[in-house]
Design a protein around this ligand. Sequence first.
Ligand SMILES: C[S@@+](CC[C@H](N)C(=O)[O-])C[C@H]1O[C@@H](n2cnc3c(N)ncnc32)[C@H](O)[C@@H]1O
Length: 292
Amino acid sequence: MEPLQEAAAAAAGGRKRRRRGGGRNRRKHQASSSSGAAASASPPSPPAKRQRGDDAAPKGRGSKPKPASLLDKMRARLSGGHFRMLNEKLYTCSGQDAFDYFTNEPDLFDVYHAGYREQMSHWPEQPVNVIINWLKSHSASWTVADFGCGNAAVSKNVKNKVFSIDLVSEDPSVIACDMAHTPLESSSVDVAIFCLSLMGTNYPSYIEEANRVLKPSGWLLIAEVRSRLDPNTAGADPDKFCEAISKLGFSLVSKDAKNKMFILFHFRKKEKSKVVKNIDWPQLKPCLYKRR
Ligand SMILES: C[S@@+](CC[C@H](N)C(=O)[O-])C[C@H]1O[C@@H](n2cnc3c(N)ncnc32)[C@H](O)[C@@H]1O
């Protein structure tokens, strides 16, 4: 079985299915549900349940791993497809729609992240690690907001106080909300991070929210999939992207394009910024994964 499929199958079928509203910490902050949005998001059929005995490989001395059964392979294929469908969903709907969708089906978050982890295992460098190392080389007293934190790797690996934000909260330290509207106080954080998380069609509103919560001179770190910001692959013009963020009140400090799979931008919020309306944000195309 391919690793993605194996991981996704484990997430989809190997866990006890959690019922709505139970078993998982789902704190909703300012996240009103729009009924229209919920209706427009048609959830996929629930992940296939794992049959008893699927994991029953003999544990005795000298036993060999059991080869994947046809049923395992079919289930895994279904889960791999599930991941790609969820990924496309996240890139093609608004943050509010995504929030409603995952709030209704929180188990799908595991399916998405199992597939995401497998995809990332093929990248030579993980952008989140580059960001973690950058944070470690700066003041541990800085407060950090990790927008679209996933498994909250940042907060687990630095000494800073970190507000971890995502659509679903699997651990109590993660704030579940649409990151266009967080419960964080204005001018309260020193560093705002978007690590591959500018997924929604309304991504500028996430950066506007980061601008609201950042202190003057605060840092804005954005890691994005390279192809989304490469005009040679139908991506957006990175200069236009940076220009839009500059108009919001940031200065570009560095653009690190040495990694094969992602670009990392460091911006700094200006001490005083005037409100500019009608910023021309470039559209960012979805990052779709091919079947391996
Ligand atoms: C590609 S994953 C990256 C996770 C993590 N930053 C990392 O680098 O490992 C993007 C994350 O952003 C989250 N996300 C996307 N749109 C969001 C939104 N509107 N509000 C909160 N989280 C969002 C997704 O749920 C997902 O966990």
